[in-house]
Design a protein around this ligand. Structure first.
Ligand code: PNS
Length: 163
């Protein structure tokens, strides 16, 4: 039977336990999941693309060979096609995510009707979590150990001068 591949695109600046939860659940549905970091020159990330890749590699090691990590620029649907993905996976948190995600999903479908968007509802403890809010909590000296892996927590504390 043909291998079912999904693309999980995002900024992942940095990867949180919320992202890992979505990724892990995507691996239960698809044979292989490609987690792709967008190279976005318009954004000012805290971590470089290479640093984000390294943090993703370290955080996803336990998921084994089902997960691949790479980067992309340009259109997500074109990258989905490049990696042989039949679906784009996105996590949905609160209602506030819905509008943007709905817009992106419909645009992606217009661009390539063969690529489906699959939304996975975030697990309850992660509803309020985002990379941005975790960075803010860390910047203000709060405890982030519940939101990111120990490696990411250390990288965040160092980068934000809280180590
Ligand atoms: O983690 P993020 O920042 O919410 O991820 C957003 C991402 C990377 C999925 C989105 O910005 C994206 O798909 N960018 C690629 C450009 C693209 O394909 N645009 C047209 C469809 S919206």
């Amino acid at each position: 039977m043909k291998e079912r591949v999904a693309l999980y695109p995002g900024s992942f600046d940095p990867i949180t336990l919320g992202h890992l939860d979505i990724l892990e659940r995507a691996t239960a549905i698809f044979d292989r999941v490609v987690m792709s970091v967008l190279r976005n020159p318009e954004k000012q990330p805290l971590f470089s693309v290479e640093e984000r890749l390294q943090l993703i590699h370290e955080s996803t090691r336990s998921l084994g060979g089902q997960v691949e990590v790479d980067t992309f620029d340009g259109l997500t649907v074109e990258h989905a096609e490049r990696v042989g993905a039949i679906a784009i996976v996105r996590g949905l948190r609160a209602l506030s995510d819905f509008e943007t995600e709905f817009q992106m999903a419909l645009m992606n479908r217009r661009l390539d009707p063969a690529v489906h968007t699959v939304f996975l509802m975030t697990s309850a403890p992660n509803v309020f979590m985002s990379s941005s809010i975790v960075k803010e909590v860390c910047r203000l000296g709060g405890d982030i150990s519940e939101f990111v892996s120990p490696t990411v927590a250390e990288a965040l504390r160092r980068r934000l001068g809280k180590a």
